[in-house]
Design a protein around this ligand. Structure first.
Ligand SMILES: [Zn+2]
Length: 93
């Protein structure tokens, strides 16, 4: 069901409505992807992105960026500034 809601959100452009949790969620997403989060953080993020297409998008982007960089440089830690820079380049920040 979450996927369908996200699709609806994208299709009908409700992107203008910012998620009030976005900033917090994004931080937790980053912690989770860097394996520095607690199980509670993970539960919060997974539960939230299932309902919130906007944060799911953020999660998707963060994950894709990490995977792309990891392919080049195994075990690399990606500084948040680099992630932000990439996001800016693809106009998603
Ligand atoms: Zn959200």
């Amino acid at each position: 069901m979450g996927k369908f809601i996200r699709w609806l959100g994208r299709t009908f452009g409700s992107k203008k409505k910012r998620c009030p949790e976005e900033q917090r969620c994004l931080e937790l997403v980053r912690l989770m992807l860097d394996e520095e989060s607690t199980p509670e953080d993970n539960a919060y993020v997974l539960n939230h992105i299932d309902k919130c297409y906007q944060c799911y998008d953020n999660y998707d982007i963060e994950k894709a960026i990490r995977e792309a960089v990891k392919k080049k440089n195994r075990k690399a830690k990606i500084p948040h500034e680099v992630v932000n820079e990439i996001r800016n380049k693809i106009n998603l920040a």
